[in-house]
Design a protein around this ligand. Structure first.
Ligand SMILES: [Fe+2]
Length: 291
C-alpha cells in the first residue's frame, strides 16, 4: 500500500497520508490500516478526506467492525436518536449548527468529559470513526488518554489489586449531567439496556494488552465497595490516567478522519470555540464483551 505513516507521540497515535477512502477500501487496504491502527495504540488520523461521502464513510467504518445503527445491529441509545443522520442511521452527528427550522443538526458539546464511547452497553464501542467536515479556525481540540500506558505504569501491587475488580457503567451518570430533561429519553435509563458491569482491567481482543477500562463519564461505581471507597479509588485512577505523559491532544484539520479505539483510550472533546460552526460525523463499531 502506498501510504505514509508518521508517529504522533512517543507512545501512541499515527498520522496516515496518501489515502483516498472515497476510492473504496478493499480487503488489503483495510487490513493494512487496521494493523497501523493497532500498532499505534488504537489511534490514527487519516488526513485530507475532502470528498468523503457518507456512503464511503460507512463503508470504511464497516471494515473496522459492525456499526451501531446498521441494519440488524443495535442502535445507539434513544436519547441521541435526534442527532442521527436522517438518511444514514449509522451516522451520529456532532455539531453546534442548526438546520433551517432551528433544530440542532447534531449533538452540541458532545463528549466534553472523559469517557469511552458507549461503555455502558454490554458490548461497548470498539472503534469510533469521526470525520471533521467543518471546524472552527482555532479550538475544538480532542484529548485522548492512553489507558494501556496508564495501566502498564502502575506498580505490580496496584495491577494485582485492580485485575479482579468490576465496575458498573451506566448511561445515567452522563444523562443527568450532560443532557437536558427535554432531550433525555427516560426509557434509556429504565430498561437496563444502557447499564453494564465490566472488568476494571480489560484485555484487548486483538493485541492482548491490558488497559484500564473505567471512565468518569459513564462509570458509576466499583462493585463491592462502599460509595466513598469506590469514589476515592476511581478519582485517583482518573488522576493517574490523565497525566500529561499519557495524553495526545488532537488539533483537527478539516477533513481529518480520526479512528480511535475505545477499548484502550478515553477521550475528551474541548468545548472552547463558542458559536464558531463545527460539524462532524461519526460511525461507531460494536465491540465484543470486555474480558
Ligand atoms: Fe465520545
Amino acid at each position: 500500500m502506498d501510504f505514509t505513516v508518521k508517529p504522533l507521540t512517543t507512545h501512541m497515535g499515527a498520522e496516515v497520508t496518501g489515502i483516498d477512502l472515497n476510492a473504496g477500501v478493499g480487503d488489503n487496504l483495510a487490513q493494512s490500516l487496521r494493523q497501523v491502527w493497532l500498532e499505534n495504540g488504537g489511534f490514527m488520523v487519516i488526513r485530507d478526506q475532502k470528498n468523503l461521502t457518507a456512503e464511503s464513510h460507512i463503508a470504511f467504518g464497516a471494515t473496522m467492525g459492525p456499526l451501531f445503527g446498521a441494519p440488524d445491529q443495535a442502535p445507539l441509545q434513544d436519547t441521541v436518536s435526534r442527532y442521527i443522520h436522517p438518511d444514514h442511521p449509522e451516522i451520529y452527528r456532532v455539531s453546534n449548527k442548526l438546520d433551517e427550522s432551528g433544530e440542532p443538526l447534531g449533538r452540541k458539546g458532545a463528549g466534553t468529559y472523559w469517557h469511552s464511547d458507549v461503555s455502558f452497553r454490554e458490548r461497548p464501542a470498539a472503534a469510533s470513526i469521526l470525520h471533521a467536515v467543518e471546524i472552527p479556525a482555532v479550538g475544538g481540540n480532542t484529548l485522548f488518554a492512553d489507558m494501556t500506558k496508564a495501566f502498564n505504569e502502575l506498580s505490580k501491587a496496584m495491577k494485582d489489586l485492580l485485575r479482579p475488580l468490576k465496575a458498573v457503567h451506566d448511561f445515567e451518570v452522563a444523562a443527568y449531567q450532560q443532557y437536558t430533561n427535554r432531550v433525555l429519553v427516560k426509557d434509556d435509563l429504565t430498561t437496563g439496556a444502557n447499564r453494564a458491569v465490566h472488568p476494571v482491567v480489560r484485555k484487548h481482543e486483538e493485541t492482548g494488552e491490558e488497559s484500564l477500562f473505567i471512565n468518569p463519564g459513564f462509570t458509576s461505581h466499583l462493585e463491592g465497595f462502599d460509595a466513598d471507597e469506590s469514589g476515592w479509588l476511581l478519582d485517583n485512577l482518573y488522576a493517574h490516567a490523565t497525566r500529561p505523559e499519557f495524553i495526545y491532544r488532537h488539533s483537527w484539520s478539516e477533513h481529518d478522519v480520526v479512528v480511535w479505539d475505545n477499548r484502550s483510550l478515553m477521550h475528551y472533546a474541548i468545548m472552547d470555540y463558542g458559536d464558531e460552526p463545527r460539524y462532524m460525523e461519526r460511525t461507531t463499531c460494536i465491540g465484543g464483551v470486555p474480558v
